[in-house]
Write a protein that binds this ligand. Structure first.
Ligand code: ADE
Length: 250
């Protein structure tokens, strides 16, 4: 099945160019994702295709008028569409949201610019999404992030082994990877990885994938189901930490 995505923005090249490369570019060439990027000015008003105006009540900057955005959504929305408005105040985008969106058949992604949108268009969206707690100059880079993360989850875009539950863990809880050369600036590769023992490699990776987030990002672990084997590894790592703390204290 093809995932269709319509992006509406003021700077189409900012979305079109990055999403023509690499995995999203190949997904489009292969017809797994059909991405269309539209210039909001197409729905702009008057001879100048105006899309913005000064805010009522005064203040700096311009606000996107409601009519062009409403015009775009009215034209692009179908019965099967999910309409997403990008906004720094929206629901925070995550791998779980990416998976939800990858399962839809048609996304319309609207990218505001300037100081924001007229508040009366918010009801026209099904979902407001933020890619993180910072303010971009506009929604275009956020659209690139969302489309990239969603595209790689569309069946057939990349090997299933890289997107299944196990390696979703791999994506967020990445174990350390090594390649040639065997020694780099005096640092060697963990011997287990060149031992040829597949089972030991698997166990080492599982434990290594938990070790770093346990120290740096415990929230990533807290938010997901943990298998029995992972729980045993976590207990072992925590026990090591306790031993080290006792040694430091001694
Ligand atoms: N527009 C401006 N900042 C944004 C953010 N953090 N996420 C989504 N859209 C935005």
């Amino acid at each position: 099945m093809t995932l269709e995505i319509d992006v509406v923005c003021l700077f189409p090249a900012m979305v079109e160019t990055p999403l023509s490369e690499s995995i999203p570019g190949r997904a489009r060439e292969r017809g797994l994702v059909e991405l269309r990027v539209h210039d909001l000015r197409r729905w702009g008003l008057g001879r100048h295709r105006s899309v913005d105006a000064t805010p009522y009540g005064g203040g700096a900057g311009m606000v996107l008028r409601p009519e062009p955005i409403a015009g775009a959504i009215d034209e692009l929305r179908r019965a099967d569409s999910t309409v997403v408005l990008l906004d720094p105040g929206g629901r925070v985008f995550s791998q779980a949201v990416a998976a939800e969106l990858a399962a839809r058949s048609h996304l319309v992604i609207v990218c505001p610019r300037y100081e924001g949108v007229d508040d009366r268009v918010r009801d026209l969206a099904d979902l407001e999404l933020s890619i993180g707690d910072y303010v971009l100059s506009g929604g275009e880079p956020a659209a690139v992030v969302v489309v990239d993360a969603v595209t790689r989850l569309v069946p057939g875009v990349i090997e299933a082994a890289s997107t299944d539950e196990e390696s979703f863990a791999r994506g967020l809880l990445e174990y350390p990877q090594y390649t040639r050369p065997p020694e780099f600036r005096g640092r060697t590769v963990p011997p287990v990885l060149v031992s040829g023992h597949h089972e030991e490699v698997r166990r080492w990776r599982l434990e290594a994938s938990l070790r770093r987030p346990l120290a740096r990002r415990p929230d990533l672990l807290a938010g997901r189901a943990v298998s029995d084997e992972e729980r045993r590894s976590l207990d072992r790592i925590r026990a090591e930490g306790d031993e080290a703390a006792e040694e430091d204290g001694a």
